[in-house]
Design a protein around this ligand. Structure first.
Ligand code: PLP
Length: 471
């Protein structure tokens, strides 16, 4: 029996835990069959549940049964091999087990002293990722000025970078804010504009720079925008390059943008949310890592391609003192000897929340259980699947490959126009797979995202069959 509070005894925890793992294993086995998109109407789940939490403890079998009754019917199956929508949100058994271990330990890693294990493992795993992906050494904790910190998402990292850049440019003087100008391409993720707004600037203080025919930011257009602003006495303070844009997987010319940023003393942030993981395959590094040595900050999402499960982004900075200058506030109640010694990292100064959970544990499990070999294979496979599908699209008389495919994304348009493209989208989604769309200068585009870790050639063949049949 649970105690008076309702705590499970360790033996009961063991028993229920085994059942839950068994439930999880059955779920993983079902992924091949389930249609990705649930067929429920909005409000369905809420209608299944009482309006208030129970007055008395409920038995565990009832709780576990409701996973099947209430939760599964309302799940969109992101872990299905037929999930080819948006970008993937790859979890993995290793990440699940890491989450479980972290939850058991219940750490709060705001300071080194409140969780030495969480803090130091985060430093180690972030450094391991530098090696795994071939990122610049400046991003390492070990032996340098920089380092990485786990955040909840690329949006948060991009916002934190904007706040650090703002502080670097203004020294914290609010009177300087109206003069600030930021830059990103017209195809940069919406989180770039959101970050600028959250940093207290008006949307008009972000200049959206034109792109070339491959949807990459044009450095000459960036230079023109920066020079025009300087001529007006404004203060360019932040440029965000994107490695792997959300719509088209375009890679901005990071080295050229970085050189320009350095010339003008502008903070250079690189958003590589999805594509950054591609560095796990050395063959893809020239595409995704070129020019990163010019970055003041860089982020990517191991929760997209690299199997870490939601949520897990890593923000790297080349100079941690600049980040800490913007973020650090030290109240008396958090002072402690280790922090005062200056010998430890306190991750509360590396982002927004004070309290932090033990996310590095799942990353550690993933990195160790797959190894560099497994992660290289994962990335190479997603990339190869996209190239294979792209070659079929290119050879088809009624279809256009609207941008060259790379890094696990294929963008398709029907030559007859948007009705034709919509027909393809509907046909694929009617099979139980899921793809989503974007627009290229008004034209509807079908996006097939091939980075889901379970997706194999046969799943893509079925999608191609639906496209070909409806073309
Ligand atoms: N940046 C890019 C290029 C993205 O593609 C995405 C999401 O797809 C994001 C940022 C936002 O990522 P997150 O959900 O981790 O905030």
């Amino acid at each position: 029996m649970p105690d008076a509070l309702g705590h499970l005894t360790p033996d009961e925890f063991r028993e229920v835990g085994h059942e839950l793992i068994e439930w999880g294993a059955r779920y993983l086995e079902s992924l091949e069959e389930v249609p990705v998109v649930p067929s429920i109407a909005p409000g369905w789940l809420r209608d299944q549940l009482p309006p208030a939490a129970p007055e008395h403890p409920e038995p565990w079998p009832a709780l576990l049964a409701d996973l099947d009754r209430v939760i599964l019917p309302a799940i969109r199956h992101w872990q299905s091999p037929r999930f080819m929508a948006y970008f993937p949100g790859n979890s993995s058994p290793a990440a699940v087990l890491g989450e479980l271990a972290a939850a058991v330990l219940g750490q709060q890693g705001m300071l080194w002293s409140t969780s030495p294990a969480s803090t130091e493992l985060e430093q180690v795993t972030c450094d391991w990722l530098v090696s795994l992906l071939g990122l610049p050494d400046a991003f390492r904790h070990a032996g340098g000025q920089g380092g990485g910190a786990i955040q909840d998402g690329a949006s948060t990292s991009t916002f934190v970078a904007a706040v650090a850049a703002r502080h670097d440019a203004t020294g914290g003087d609010p009177a300087e804010l109206p003069r600030l100008r930021a830059y990103a391409s017209v195809d940069a993720h919406s989180s770039v504009e959101k970050g600028i707004r959250l940093a207290g600037l008006a949307p008009g203080q972000l200049r959206l720079v034109e792109v070339d025919h491959l949807r990459r930011m044009r450095p000459d257009a960036l230079a023109g925008a920066v020079e025009a602003d300087l001529a007006q006495g404004l203060r360019p303070f932040l440029v965000t390059s994107t490695v792997g844009t959300t719509s088209f997987m375009a890679v901005d010319p990071v080295a050229d943008i970085g050189a320009l940023a350095q010339r003008h003393g502008i903070w250079h942030h690189v958003d590589a949310a999805m594509a950054g993981s591609a560095g796990a395959d050395p063959a893809l590094r020239p595409l995704v890592n070129d020019g990163l040595v010019t970055a003041d900050s860089y982020c990517f999402d191991p929760h997209k391609w690299l199997l870490a499960g939601m949520d897990c982004d890593v923000l790297y900075v080349a100079d941690r003192t600049k980040l800490q200058a913007a973020m650090s506030v030290v109240p008396e109640y958090l002072r402690n000897a280790a922090s005062d010694s200056g010998e430890v990292v306190d991750f509360r100064d590396w982002g927004i929340p004070l309290g932090r959970r033990f996310r590095s544990l799942k990353l550690w499990f993933v990195l160790r259980s797959y190894g560099a070999d497994g992660l290289r294979e994962l990335v190479a496979r997603g990339h190869a699947l996209s190239l294979e599908l792209a070659s079929r699209v290119e050879a088809h008389p009624k279809l256009d490959l609207v941008v060259p495919a790379q890094l696990a994304l294929v963008c398709v348009g029907h030559r007859s126009g948007d009705d034709g493209t919509q027909r393809l989208l509907d046909a694929v989604n009617a099979t139980g797979a899921q793809v989503t769309h974007t627009r290229l200068e008004g034209r509807l585009v079908l996006r097939v995202s091939t980075g889901q870790a379970r997706t194999e050639q046969r799943h893509l063949d079925a999608v191609w069959q639906a496209i070909d049949d409806s073309a």
